[in-house]
Design a protein around this ligand. Structure first.
Ligand code: OMP
Length: 222
């Protein structure tokens, strides 16, 4: 099963690079880290690409055995992801309700930031990336305040980085914190380790491999 997951992760990394979603250069992450790579899920920007992306999410989810009652796509980037994954799961015979949030609703006081199916039971968060874990912790808080149970997270890429706490880098892993302390299952289509493997295989990627390895040494987990 692990070999299949690794093969899928490798295929996904290649797909993300070919689609221009995974890029190399100098990027500042949300946690303020200077990263030599960036995964911009907004660039899965046509029907074929987002359809293929949804297939990868569904495959990873089904392989993980994660069970859930409702899908939640956090605003903004999680909204099309949650919708696309819902469509793909229904196509595979798993029709589940889905919901998402509005970011602006608070300002108007019009009662409720949630759109779509009622958030109840075990909620699956569908998001793009976990780096330092801030975004996922915000989604978890939102689900809890709606009275539902944050149960699992599926992401495209786990950057395998250390968490931040009040803006400071800490020693523990963002994903391990979500798993062990917050008690959610976490499933990623691919991890930083798969990206490094992919870069290592091709001599043309040598400088990217070096830069990404150095980044991992600084911000990555053991
Ligand atoms: P954390 O909140 O630190 O886990 O960062 C995750 C969020 O950062 C994602 O939901 C994205 O909005 C953004 N991000 C990416 O989209 N791709 C990356 O490669 C890196 C980040 C990032 O800023 O860390």
């Amino acid at each position: 099963a692990n070999a299949t997951r690794d093969a899928m992760a490798q295929e996904f990394v290649q797909f993300a690079i070919e689609s221009g979603v995974l890029r190399f250069g100098e990027f500042k992450t949300k946690a303020g880290r200077l990263s030599p790579y960036f995964f911009n899920a907004g660039l899965f920007d046509d029907g074929a690409k987002i359809g293929r992306l949804a297939q990868f999410y569904a495959q990873a989810l089904l392989a993980s055995g994660i069970e859930f009652d409702v899908i939640f796509g956090p605003a903004y980037k999680g909204i099309p992801l949650g919708a696309a994954v819902s469509v793909e799961l229904a196509r595979l015979g798993y029709n589940k309700p889905f919901a998402y949030n509005r970011k602006e609703a608070k300002d108007h006081g019009e009662g409720g930031v949630l759109v779509g199916a009622p958030l109840k039971g075990r909620v699956l968060i569908v998001d793009d990336v976990i780096s330092a874990g801030t975004a996922v912790r915000e989604s978890i808080a939102l689900i809890r305040s709606a009275g539902a149970t944050p149960h699992a997270v599926v992401i495209a890429l786990d950057r395998q980085e250390r968490a931040t706490e009040n803006g400071e880098d800490v020693s523990w892993s963002a994903v391990q914190y979500v798993r062990d302390t917050l008690g959610l299952q976490v499933c990623a289509i691919a991890q930083l380790a798969h990206l490094l493997q992919h870069l290592q295989r091709d001599d043309n990627f040598l400088s990217h491999w070096q830069a990404v390895s150095a980044y991992r040494t600084r911000y990555g987990i053991e």
